[in-house]
Design a protein around this ligand. Structure first.
Ligand SMILES: *Cc1c(COP(=O)(O)O)cnc(C)c1O
Length: 518
C-alpha cells in the first residue's frame, strides 16, 4: 500500500515534503510518534507503539485506581466487550432506520434501565422512555435542555442545583445559557436542606436537580422530599443517578437501607444512569430516562430547513458509533441481573474494609458513613497533609482522587470503589498506615508566602501567559508538557485559590499540555 502512495518523480505533489522527520521528538518527553508518517507503519508496530504509550497510564485493572475506571474483574468480559465493540464500530447511530441493530440494542438498554430504576409495566412509571447518550455529562445537559425547551415562555430559565451535585450541571447551565441557583449543603450531612431547595425555586425555575448519590462524597440527597417540593411548584425534577443508578438497586436487594430515589418517587420526572460506571461497560454509554414521552420530546432536535438529509437527533452527537452501544449490550447480557447482585456484594465488602481502614487511622475522618460505593475521608490533623498523603498512596500503587476545600467543606480524598478492589483490600490498610506515617514525616506542603497570597488574592483576569508559564515551571509542570510525579504542590496552590482562579489556572495548565506534536 505504501508503494502506491509514493509520488512519482516530477509529480506536482513532489512539492509536498515527504522527508519530514518521523522519529519521536528528541526532547525526552513521551510524545507519540507522528500520527501521519510519510509512509504507513505495519499494524504490529503501531500496536506496539500504543502499548508503549499506555505504559505511562494509571492501571485500569487490578483494583488500585479509585477514580476514572470501573473494573468488575470478570474474566473474559473485556474480550467480549471488545469483540462486540469491533463488530459495530462502523455502524452509525445517526439514522436508526438505516441501522435497526442499534435501535434494537438501544431500546433494550433503555428497557433494562427503566426496569432497574422503578419504571415499566406494572409500576408507577409505566410510560417511561429514554435515550442512550455518550456519558453522564451529556445525559445531564440533555435533561437541562429538555426542561429549558419545554418552557419557551420563560425568557431567562433557571435551574436549582445543590452545590454537591456534579459539575456537569454547571456545564449544562453554561452551554445552554440557563442560570444556576446553587443550594448549599450542610457540612455535617453533606446534603441540601429541603427548605433551602424550596426557597430557591422561582417562577423562572425549569428544573430542580438532586443526586443519588453525589459523586464527591457518595451521599444521597433527600430525593422524595425534593421531588415533592418541585412537583408542588410544577417544576421538573431530575435525579442524577449517573454514579449510583446501577448499584443502589442491587445494594437494596442485598439488604442495605437504600431510600427511594428513582421513578417510583412521585415528582421525579427524569433520571440518569451511567452504564460506563457500575454497569461496567466500556466508556461512552449513559442512559437518560423520562417519566413519559411528552417530557422527553423537547430533548430532541430536528432540522429540515437545509438541502441535505432531514436531521433528527435525540442526543447531542449526530454521527455516533455503534461500538459502545453493542459493547454495553453484550456486557449487560453477559453479566446479567444475578451477576450484578454478586458484583455489588463484592463492592460493598470492599467499601466496608476501606472504611474500616480509614476509621482505624488516627488523623483521618470519614466525610460520611458510606451509603453506596464511595469512601471519602479528610484529615483532622494539621500535620497530616492530605495532598501529601495522596502522593504517598500513589507511590505505594494506590491511585486516589484529591478534592479541594470548598466553602465550609474541608479538602478530602475520594475513592470510587468497584468490585475489583475486593481481592486487594487487605493490602490497603497497611499501605495507608505507611503512607500516613510518611506524610506526617514529610510534613505539610509549604509554599512561599508570596505565592500563597498571590493565589488567594489574584483576579483570574490578571493572569498573563507569562505568569502562567512561570507558575507552571515553578510547579514542575515543565514547559515541554511533562507531568510531575508529585502533585501535592500543585494541589496546595490550587487549594489556596478561590474557585474562579482554580478554574482559570487549570484551563491554562491543561492548555499548556495540549500542544500539537509533529
Ligand atoms: C460521573 C458523573 C457524572 C458525569 O459523567 P461523565 O460520564 O463523566 O460525563 C455526572 N454525575 C455524577 C453523579 C457522576 O458520578
Amino acid at each position: 500500500m505504501t508503494d502506491d502512495l509514493r509520488t512519482a518523480p516530477g509529480d506536482p505533489t513532489d512539492a509536498v515534503p515527504t522527508d519530514l522527520p518521523e522519529a519521536a521528538p528528541a526532547d525526552g518527553t513521551d510524545a507519540a510518534p507522528s500520527a501521519l508518517p510519510a509512509r504507513g507503519v505495519p499494524a504490529e508496530q503501531v500496536l506496539a507503539e500504543i502499548r508503549a504509550l499506555r505504559a505511562a497510564d494509571r492501571p485500569t485493572h487490578g483494583g488500585r485506581l479509585f477514580a476514572y475506571v470501573y473494573d468488575p474483574a470478570v474474566p473474559g468480559l473485556d474480550d467480549l466487550a471488545s469483540a462486540a465493540h469491533a463488530g459495530s464500530a462502523h455502524v452509525n447511530g445517526l439514522d436508526p432506520t438505516a441501522f435497526p441493530s442499534l435501535l434494537a440494542m438501544e431500546n433494550a438498554l433503555v428497557g433494562a434501565a427503566v426496569r432497574l430504576l422503578g419504571g415499566g409495566p406494572g409500576t408507577a412509571a409505566p410510560d417511561a422512555v429514554g435515550s442512550v447518550t455518550s456519558g453522564g455529562t451529556e445525559s445531564l445537559i440533555l435533561a437541562v435542555k429538555a426542561a429549558r425547551d419545554a418552557h419557551p415562555d420563560i425568557a431567562e430559565p433557571r435551574i436549582v442545583v445543590p452545590v454537591s451535585a456534579h459539575a456537569a450541571f454547571a456545564k449544562a447551565a453554561h452551554y445552554l445559557r440557563v442560570a444556576l441557583d446553587p443550594v448549599p449543603v450542610s457540612p455535617q450531612t453533606l446534603r441540601p436542606e429541603v427548605a433551602d431547595v424550596a426557597a430557591a425555586i422561582r417562577p423562572e425555575t425549569v428544573l430542580v436537580a438532586c443526586s443519588a448519590p453525589s459523586y464527591a462524597h457518595g451521599v444521597l440527597d433527600p430525593v422524595e422530599q425534593i421531588a415533592a417540593v418541585a412537583a408542588r411548584s410544577g417544576v421538573r425534577c431530575h435525579v442524577d443517578a449517573c454514579f449510583g443508578g446501577w448499584t443502589l438497586p442491587y445494594l437494596r436487594r442485598l439488604g442495605l437501607p437504600v431510600p427511594r430515589f428513582d421513578l417510583s418517587v412521585p415528582g421525579v420526572t427524569s433520571i440518569s444512569v451511567d452504564l460506563h460506571k457500575y454497569a461496567y461497560v466500556p466508556k461512552g454509554v449513559s442512559v437518560l430516562l423520562h417519566r413519559d414521552a411528552a417530557l422527553r420530546a423537547p430533548q430532541y432536535f430536528a432540522f429540515a430547513d437545509w438541502p441535505g438529509y432531514t436531521m433528527v437527533n435525540p442526543v447531542i452527537a449526530s454521527t455516533r458509533s455503534g461500538g459502545p452501544i453493542a459493547a454495553a449490550y453484550a456486557t449487560l447480557r453477559h453479566i446479567g441481573d444475578a451477576g450484578y447482585v454478586e458484583l455489588a456484594g463484592r463492592t460493598v465488602e470492599a467499601v466496608r474494609h476501606l472504611a474500616a481502614s480509614v476509621r482505624g487511622t488516627e488523623g483521618l475522618r470519614l466525610m460520611a458513613e458510606p451509603e453506596s460505593t464511595v469512601v471519602c475521608f479528610t484529615s483532622t490533623d494539621p500535620g497530616l497533609d492530605l495532598f501529601v498523603l495522596v502522593d504517598e498512596l500513589t507511590a505505594r500503587g494506590w491511585h486516589t482522587q484529591p478534592q479541594m476545600t470548598y466553602g465550609e467543606l474541608p479538602a478530602s480524598v475520594h475513592l470510587t470503589v468497584t468490585a475489583s478492589v475486593a481481592p486487594k483490600v487487605a493490602e490497603f490498610g497497611p499501605d495507608l498506615a505507611a503512607a500516613v506515617a510518611a506524610a506526617r514525616a514529610a510534613g505539610p506542603v509549604r509554599l512561599p508566602a508570596e505565592l500563597l497570597s498571590l493565589a488567594a488574592g489574584l483576579s483570574p483576569d490578571a493572569l498573563t501567559p507569562e505568569l502562567v508559564a512561570g507558575l507552571a515551571d515553578g510547579l514542575g509542570l515543565g514547559g515541554s508538557g511533562g507531568l510531575p510525579d508529585r502533585t501535592a504542590t500543585v494541589n496546595t496552590l490550587l487549594d489556596a485559590a478561590p474557585p474562579a482562579l482554580r478554574e482559570r489556572l487549570l484551563v491554562e495548565f491543561v492548555g499548556l499540555l495540549q500542544r500539537p506534536t509533529f
